[in-house]
Design a protein around this ligand. Structure first.
Ligand code: KG4
Ligand code: ZN
Length: 350
């Protein structure tokens, strides 16, 4: 079975993984969250330096855990976009070096495709059975995308965000409440203790769901005004504000998904990205799928919900089978594509 050493440095996690087919042999993550937290968001120059410092370590560790040497893998895979340009460069540079040194084919992967296919990641205890067409929902710090998956490598974007991504909006709300960065997971904890109906925040795009876009700027502004009015914040207020914001933010996803599931008939639903770790939104979407007889899939562990290299390894396996390699002579053509779209090929794949 094909063994792949995969790398992702698209944002603020430095990650290396080894996969065998769609099985994850190792998935090593070095989070930069604490480095960026005091700035309330990712600082590109700090991210780049931290990736440079850690990349060698995560790759060695991923190989060690999988008990393989670089000569024993069949290919090197790397994220080339979308993501932070100077962060992506670090992983790409390393992947090219390894491909040349060990004479291995290089596979370039779209980060959103990685999140979509992250649900295919298997372990000895977790087997996956997915059919197409499928609907994929990627909710992360940078993306709110709904994608029709016709086959591996064949994607149609159904919905996208016109301003903030959901994870980004959750992070900003958490910041308004003084909860730190990244805030999605902390907001979830606070929300559990609060009353979602205490405050009258708006559900974004109410009645306009057939436009098939996400938008969080209005909800974010309303939250900002509300938080300012409620200051000084008590614990109880924070719980209720967190619950209210999360509830309205998720209702927007739910209402849009109902439209999508009614329009596009799919057998399976794939949910990935950092926000897919949230139990509340999982429960809601699982319910929607169940009512419609659609099989619901999530990544097998929290580490494969957010940014990680295992999903890049899994996604690259399907490209490996189609021999979508970068030819040795074309290695120089490979570069970061910060705004890469999941429905398009990379220039060197044409
Ligand atoms: O996929 P990811 O690691 O990075 C991007 O590709 O952007 O997603 C990170 C996002 C952050 O906004 C973070 O707050 C959010 O995922 N997140 C969560 C949870 N865990 C992480 N949001 C809601 N609930 C969670 N439990
Ligand atoms: Zn991501």
């Amino acid at each position: 079975m094909t063994k792949i050493l995969a790398i992702d440095t698209s944002c603020d996690e430095t990650s290396g993984a080894v996969t065998e087919g769609s099985r994850v042999l190792s998935n090593i993550l070095w989070s930069q969250a604490s480095l960026h937290s005091k700035w309330g968001g990712v600082v590109p120059s700090l991210a780049k330096r931290a990736h440079q410092e850690r990349i060698g370590w995560v790759i060695n560790r991923a190989l060690k855990v999988s008990k393989l040497t670089p000569s024993e893998v069949d290919a090197i895979a790397v994220t080339v976009g979308p993501g932070l340009a100077i962060a992506l460069e670090v992983g790409i540079q390393k992947a090219k070096e390894l491909a040349m040194k060990y004479n291995k084919p290089l596979i370039t992967v779209n980060h959103v495709e990685g999140h979509i296919l992250s649900v295919f990641a298997e372990t000895p205890k977790h087997k996956v059975n997915i059919s197409f067409p499928a609907i994929a929902l990627v909710l992360s710090g940078k993306h709110s995308d709904i994608v029709l998956v016709k086959d591996f490598g064949s994607y149609e974007i159904i919905a996208y965000t016109i301003d903030d991504a959901l994870g980004e909006a959750l992070d900003k709300a958490a910041r308004m409440l003084g909860l730190g960065y990244p805030g999605g997971a902390i907001l979830e904890k606070m929300a559990k203790m609060g009353n979602a109906n205490k405050y009258g925040l708006p559900i974004p795009m109410m009645g306009k769901e057939s436009r098939f876009v996400f938008s969080y700027s209005g909800l974010k502004s309303a939250m900002w005004r509300l938080v300012e009015n409620e200051k000084p914040l008590t614990k109880e207020k924070i719980y209720d504000l967190a619950a209210s914001f999360q509830d309205k933010a998720f209702k927007h996803v739910e209402r849009l998904l109902i439209k999508v599931l009614d329009k596009y008939k799919a057998s399976d639903f794939l949910f990935g990205g950092g926000v897919s770790a949230n139990l509340e939104i999982r429960k809601c979407i699982r319910g929607l799928c169940k009512e419609r007889g659609v099989k619901f899939h999530i990544p097998y562990t929290k580490n494969t919900c957010g940014d990680n290299a295992a999903m890049i390894g899994v996604a690259s396996y399907f490209k490996y089978k189609k021999e979508l390699f970068v030819k040795p002579n074309d290695l120089d053509e490979v570069e970061r594509i910060p705004r890469a779209r999941v429905d398009s090929l990379f220039p060197w794949e044409h």
